[in-house]
Design a protein around this ligand. Structure first.
Ligand code: ATP
Length: 211
């Protein structure tokens, strides 16, 4: 498949490109230059040109890239023609924010269901998404392969084990725990505290010069 040949670093930028091009398309724009793209999404234009060459999109000098062609490519590569269902585990403050956030606005990923252990939350609906008991995981998950993890630290490992046993293939982990999974499961860690600390550290120690 074409997709397999795209380097991982390029693949990570696909959703970014997709979102921006989708906006351009909605505004009725037919073409875009790598310079415009570069300024809008803050990726240097040489990288953009290299990335796009993997997609078979060759920009023409003085013309730029055809927005529709690129969108077509991204739609099929990012599986935008089909809806991907995701489950969320842990309906706390962060989890609730995700349930209320409408992911489908710009892409075809949706949180289909959520799980929690708190009797107060089970059976409720947040942002249109039902919350089931964590004990119902096996029964309810169906063919969902992606999970967002927003449980407390103390629960992260046990829940991960359960998810892996049931057949989850990807976990977006918002807990600070470096969960371990078998080789066939992919984990992306998003530790908001670490990210924030890093930003503050960089501001202090590597202040940016204003141009
Ligand atoms: P809140 O103020 O609602 O407790 P929080 O994000 O500070 O929010 P956490 O203690 O981090 O709360 O827990 C996040 C959510 O994970 C809570 O809704 C909690 O009920 C849920 N939770 C805790 N243990 C489990 C578990 N074993 N399985 C599923 N959900 C769990």
């Amino acid at each position: 498949m074409k997709q397999n040949k795209i380097p991982q670093a390029t693949a990570k930028r696909l959703p970014l490109y997709y979102r921006y091009l989708n906006n351009l398309n909605q505004q009725g724009k037919k073409r875009v230059s790598s310079k415009e793209l570069s300024e809008a999404i803050k990726v240097d234009s040489a990288t953009i040109r290299r990335d796009f060459s993997y997609f078979g999109a060759l920009g023409k000098k003085g013309y730029g890239y055809n927005v529709e062609y690129l969108l077509g490519f991204f739609r099929s590569t990012l599986d935008q023609h089909e809806l991907t269902d995701v489950a969320l585990i842990g309906v706390g403050n962060l989890g609730t924010a995700f349930l209320n956030y409408n992911f489908t606005k710009n892409n075809n990923i949706q949180i289909k269901m959520a799980f929690d252990s708190d009797e107060e939350k089970i059976g409720k609906v947040y942002g249109g998404i039902p919350v089931y008991g964590i004990d119902e995981l096996t029964e309810k998950l169906g063919d969902i392969e992606v999970a967002i993890l927003t449980v407390p630290v103390s629960e992260a490992d046990a829940i991960t084990e359960k998810l892996v046993d049931i057949g989850i293939k990807g976990i977006l982990n918002f807990t600070p725990v470096r969960i371990t999974v078998p080789d066939n499961v992919r984990v992306h860690h998003i530790d908001l505290t670490v990210e924030l600390q890093a930003l503050v550290y960089f501001l202090k120690h590597y202040p940016l010069e204003s141009k």
